[in-house]
Design a protein around this ligand. Structure first.
Ligand code: GLA
Length: 380
């Protein structure tokens, strides 16, 4: 990909680019916990968004996306969100400027092999590669955590998706052969070796994406806040669902809406599952890890209500095979991918059978991936 970007960039802009890339991610477990200051357990994957970039002497960003085969110009003196893929790039430039890191105009060429709209965080990949490209080009010394926070801010304030920190954090801090266990309050993290020769991780794309994703996401965040406010009346030290236990929630059950109760129940139980999953993985206890994955999906389906028919079909099909430890949706939900933990000698059999079963029930040909846990963003 590096050579392709280099050559295409030269053809388009008649100069040599610097090239940066940032990975997508798969979240193993810990879903909708990041913005509740809880735990997540993602890994960066060996699929990346690449950016070739060179400096301009004016304030114009000329941005070309190979994926969309489309060019667009944005004037940094007058940037405005357009509800367009370029918002991810321009948003990062705008937030960098607002945080005191001036960004010059630039010629930009983007290409990516992170599947779009599949819950694999193609958005964090484009944000983080943009941030690295802009800071590299303008000689700003900036630490990894600040990069992740700036990208999250760009997505919140410019793109309008009120996401947590997980995706950007792991796209920056990911490490080859490891998953990353992150405490989203302290932002301390632990790398946990992921030996895929012991158990297979197969990602299955349902190939559907239901449009309500981002509005429902922002709604879930509000419901969690409502729950926190209710619990706070009895336990003032609770500032996020991270601080709550089921007992606290039970105590305010009669004062909150039934839906809010279920949303909070998901988050509290998901934090417990995610905390347990780290020791399960460290001790190669795949039976337990699989049970936690299953519990996570059931809770996301029934209590958080972010699954959909196709995801449930894919998960049920996986679980009907006795060499599967566990399966669940990964990412925000409403479509995209499932993550499946499979006995290592049965990966091929699994892949064959899940394709048949899913197609039988939906008429859709799924796409399957075996990603490698990978390093975070870098200049090539
Ligand atoms: C999206 C968001 C993340 C996280 C997940 C759900 O991927 O970008 O911050 O909230 O959904 O776990």
């Amino acid at each position: 990909m590096k050579d392709k970007i280099f050559n295409e960039f030269r053809k388009m802009y008649s100069e040599n680019p610097r090239i940066f890339r940032a990975p997508g991610r798969v979240n193993l477990i810990g879903e909708h916990t990041d913005y509740n200051e809880g735990f997540v357990f993602p890994m960066a994957i060996d699929r990346y968004t690449y950016i070739g970039i060179s400096k301009r002497e004016d304030s114009i960003l000329n941005i070309y996306s190979a994926g969309f085969d489309e060019s667009i110009s944005v004037d940094l003196l007058n940037p405005e969100p357009k509800k367009h893929w370029s918002d991810y790039v321009a948003g990062v430039a705008v937030v960098l400027q607002n945080e005191g890191y001036p960004v010059s105009g630039a010629n930009i060429y983007i290409d990516s092999n992170v599947p779009l709209g599949a819950g694999l965080s193609s958005s964090a990949a484009i944000e983080v590669s943009s941030a690295l490209a802009f800071t590299g080009l303008n000689n700003h010394e900036i630490d990894k955590l600040t990069i992740a926070k700036i990208c999250q801010k760009a997505e919140n304030s410019y793109v309008g998706m009120n996401c947590g920190i997980m995706d950007q954090f792991v796209s920056v801090h990911g490490k080859k052969d490891n998953a990353l266990f992150l405490d989203c309050r302290s932002l301390n993290y632990e790398l946990v070796p992921l030996d895929i020769s012991k158990a297979g991780i197969v990602i299955c794309n349902t190939m559907v994406k239901h449009e309500l994703g981002s509005s429902e996401y922002n709604k879930r965040r509000k419901e969690c806040e409502t729950g926190v406010n209710a619990i706070k009346t009895k336990y003032p030290n609770v500032t996020a669902l991270r601080d709550a236990v089921m007992g606290y929630l039970e105590e305010v059950k009669n004062e909150i809406d039934e839906v809010v109760f279920r949303r909070c129940k998901h988050v509290i139980s998901e934090d417990e599952r995610t905390a347990l999953s780290i020791s399960a993985l460290k001790t190669n206890n795949f039976d337990l890890f699989g049970k936690l994955l299953n519990g996570s999906h059931d809770s996301l389906r029934d209590d958080y209500e972010v699954s959909c028919k196709e995801l449930d079909i894919m998960v049920d099909a996986a679980r009907s095979m006795d060499f599967v430890y566990g399966a669940r949706v990964t990412g925000g939900g409403f479509g995209g991918c499932t993550v499946n933990l499979v006995q290592h000698d049965s990966v091929e059999k699994f892949s064959k059978e899940i394709k048949i079963k899913y197609k039988e029930k939906t008429g859709i040909e799924p796409e399957l991936f075996s990603f490698l846990p990978s390093n975070g963003a870098e200049e090539l």
